[in-house]
Write a protein that binds this ligand. Structure first.
Ligand code: BGC
Length: 372
């Protein structure tokens, strides 16, 4: 057979194999597979791989981190975030596993707020309050997604939230840029602009279990949060408006301690509160260190944001199973949602979440994994 014929056969075979598993290799360290459709839009799963072989998977459904696989101290790789390996898991509306939440992460009391004299009423979806953007927040939207760099594993997702969506004013253009670095950092950069005054609070809702096995709870992880104060809440988890010292309370994580040490003294099944970070400006600073002795994994969190919602998976109750069939029980995983404070639009003393036309919203959060 002629060389050119052989070459053509090889090309056709390669195209055939690629289309069989629907996989396309895109830019640096990123592959893309078709993952289904919803709302008449195509959903994809992107795999970001760094030089160390660590992999993070992200879907454009909800700009969701579906998996983060890394080695433990014995070089055994396992997943450290909750997720599903098919779109159907997400369409069943799990509690925001790995998603970007918005337009307003966490709660707005009674789903109401004012900007100047204009009163806005949001969709309420958590008792009488609005939670994580409403009935169909950013976590349930199909975003546009495109690999963003020739040299790093970066994925850019964008979404336009229309004026009036879930009751929020203004057409909001939002982008989220995920980068997996060779230092095992997952860097998340958020940008947004609006054409009308609105409120905004964007975060990522990944649930971590550093042991790599959700049959272990996170109660033996040790945690440090660089915050002398937190925002106490009422029985519906709306801040009372007070900024309270953590000193002498179960909320004191200024020195690393086991999460389970005082959790029984916290009402509501565990921690689900916003910590007021000690950092004084909006520069990127380390705010959290989470450690698991079994796996040897450490997760450090850096952010430009003023707060972090530390949530110990209190409402997880064994009714959801993840990809490997394991049931997700209470305290099987925890969230460290870097953010502005809950209900800020109704609390003039909290840092503002107002975004005006002409302003550029920008925030950065980095989750850094290491073995220590
Ligand atoms: C909230 C919890 C909520 C969870 C899942 C957290 O950010 O603070 O109250 O149950 O998200 O929706």
């Amino acid at each position: 057979m002629k060389k050119t014929t052989l070459f053509s056969i090889a090309i056709i075979a390669a195209i055939f194999l690629t289309s069989c598993n629907n996989q396309t290799t895109t830019k640096a360290g990123i592959t893309k597979v078709a993952w289904g459709t919803t709302d008449g839009k195509e959903v994809f799963l992107f795999t970001l791989t760094n030089a160390k072989g660590v992999q993070v998977k992200i879907s454009n459904y909800g700009a969701t981190v579906t998996s983060w696989v890394s080695p433990d101290i014995n070089n055994k790789a396992s997943g450290i975030v909750l997720g599903f390996d098919s779109l159907s898991g997400y369409l069943a509306k799990p509690p925001y596993f790995g998603a970007v939440v918005g337009r307003y992460g966490n709660r707005i009391a009674k789903g109401k707020f004012k900007i100047d004299t204009a009163q806005y009423t949001l969709a309420t979806n958590n008792g009488s309050n609005a939670l994580h953007g409403g009935l169909k927040g950013f976590d349930k939207q199909v975003w546009d997604a495109t690999p963003a760099s020739d040299s790093t594993a970066s994925l850019l997702l964008s979404y336009i939230s229309k004026d009036g969506e879930e009751g929020y004013p203004g057409n909001l253009k939002v982008t989220v840029l995920y980068t997996l670095t060779d230092d095992n950092e997952l860097k998340i950069e958020y940008n947004a602009t609006t054409d009308k005054a609105t409120v905004l609070n964007l975060t990522n809702h990944s649930y971590f279990n550093l042991t790599g096995d959700v049959n272990n709870t996170i109660l033996d992880h040790t945690l440090m949060i660089d915050a002398d104060n937190y925002t106490p809440v009422d029985t519906t988890l709306i801040p009372t408006g007070e900024i309270k010292s953590v000193k002498g309370t179960p909320f004191d994580f200024t020195k690393a301690k086991k999460i389970g040490q005082e959790i029984a003294a916290v009402s509501g099944g565990g921690y689900d509160h916003n910590w007021v970070l000690n950092k004084k400006d909006s520069s990127l600073q380390k705010i959290v260190e989470l450690k698991d002795a079994i796996s040897g994994r450490t997760l450090e969190v850096f952010t430009t944001q003023p707060g972090v919602q530390f949530y110990t998976g209190n409402f997880l109750d064994g009714t959801i199973s993840i990809s490997d069939g394991k049931k997700i029980n209470q305290h099987a995983a925890l969230c460290l949602e870097t953010q502005h404070f809950p209900d800020s639009p109704n609390e003039p003393k909290f840092p503002t979440t107002l975004l005006l036309p002409g302003q550029q919203f920008h925030s950065v959060t980095v989750y850094k994994l290491s073995l220590k």
